[in-house]
Ligand binder design. Structure first.
Ligand code: NAP
Length: 250
C-alpha cells in the first residue's frame, strides 16, 4: 500500500466517482476525509463500510461553494489526522439549459460548485501543503471542457476554468513539491448521468471506442496515479479517461 501514512481529503466523496476515489485511496493505505453536502445517509454508508474494513475515514458536511467552509474543513482534517497530503476536488453538479433559457441562478450555482470550490479548497489546503513541502492536488474536470453539447454552457465554462486553474497553480506550486493535475472523465455511470444514460445509453456506447460506459473505479484509478509520491514529475496535466470518446474516430 503506497499511500500508507498519507492523509487525503476528497470533496463530494459520498456518492458516484467521489465514493470510488475515497475507497481507492483508503484501500491504498491513506487516511481519508471526505466532504458531502446534504445526503448524510450516503455519507454514513461510506464511513460504515470503510470502517468495517479497518480503514480510518471521516465524513464532513460542508458546502464547497463556501470559502469559510473550506477553511474549516481543512483545519478539521489536519486536527484529526495530523496533515493533509492529497486533495481531490471532485464535487460537482449539472444544471443544463440552453443559453436563452439559462437563469443567472443556474449559471452561478454550477460555476460556484464546480469551479469556485476548487479555488476555495486549493487555497485552504496549499497553506498546509507548503508547510509540509509536499502535496498532491487532483481536480475533476470533464471532457465537456473540450467537446460541447448544447445546453451545457455553464458546465463547460466551469470545467474549462478548472483546467486553466490547474495548469496555473501547477506552475506556482511546483517548487514546493506540490503537484496539481486534473482528470477529465467521459461518460461515467453515476446518479449524475442516470437520466441521460437511461434514455440514450445504447447510442452513447456506440460513440465510445471501448464500447462501454465508464465506471467510477475507472476514474479512481487515474486519481490514484496522480496521488502517488512516485508521480512527482507529472504536473499541470489533464488526463482524459473516456474510453476514447474524444479521439474523433468513426
Ligand atoms: P454525483 O454522483 O452527482 O455526486 C456528486 C457529489 O458531489 C456528491 O457526493 C454530492 O454530495 C457532492 N456535492 C454536490 N454539490 C456539493 C456542494 N455544494 N458541497 C459539497 N458537496 C457537494 O456526481 P458524479 O457523477 O460522481 O461526478 C463527480 C465529479 O465528476 C463532478 O465534478 C462531475 O462534474 C465530474 N464528472 C462526472 C462525469 C460523469 O459522467 N458522471 C463526467 C465528467 C465529469 P451530496 O450527496 O451530499 O449531494
Amino acid at each position: 500500500m503506497s499511500l500508507e501514512g498519507r492523509v487525503a481529503l476528497v470533496t463530494g466523496g459520498s456518492r458516484g466517482i467521489g465514493r470510488a476515489i475515497v475507497e481507492a485511496l483508503a484501500a491504498d493505505g491513506a487516511k481519508v476525509a471526505f466532504v458531502y453536502n446534504s445526503n448524510s445517509a450516503a455519507a454514513d454508508d461510506v464511513v460504515r463500510s470503510l470502517k468495517e474494513n479497518g480503514h480510518e475515514v471521516m465524513a464532513i458536511q460542508a458546502d464547497v461553494r463556501s470559502k469559510e467552509a473550506a477553511d474549516k474543513t481543512v483545519a478539521a482534517v489536519v486536527e484529526a489526522f495530523g496533515s493533509l497530503d492529497i486533495l481531490v476536488n471532485n464535487a460537482g453538479i449539472v444544471k443544463d439549459d440552453l443559453l436563452l433559457r439559462m437563469t443567472p441562478e443556474k449559471w452561478q450555482d454550477v460555476i460556484d460548485t464546480n469551479l469556485t470550490s476548487v479555488f476555495n479548497f486549493c487555497q485552504a489546503a496549499t497553506q498546509q501543503m507548503m508547510s509540509q513541502r509536499y502535496g498532491r492536488i487532483i481536480n475533476m474536470s470533464s471532457v465537456a471542457a473540450d467537446v460541447s453539447n448544447p445546453g451545457q454552457a455553464n458546465y463547460a465554462a466551469s470545467k474549462g476554468g478548472v483546467e486553466g486553474f490547474t495548469r496555473c497553480v501547477a506552475t506556482e506550486l511546483a517548487k514546493r513539491n506540490i503537484t496539481a493535475n486534473a482528470v477529465a472523465p467521459g461518460f461515467i455511470e453515476t446518479d449524475m448521468t442516470e437520466a441521460v444514460v437511461g434514455s440514450f445509453g445504447k447510442e452513447i456506447k456506440k460513440k465510445i471506442p471501448v464500447r462501454r460506459l465508464g465506471q467510477p473505479s475507472d476514474i479512481a484509478n487515474a486519481v490514484l496515479f496522480f496521488a502517488q509520491e512516485a508521480s512527482s514529475y507529472v504536473t499541470g496535466q489533464i488526463l482524459k479517461v473516456d474510453g476514447g470518446l474524444t479521439l474523433g474516430g468513426i
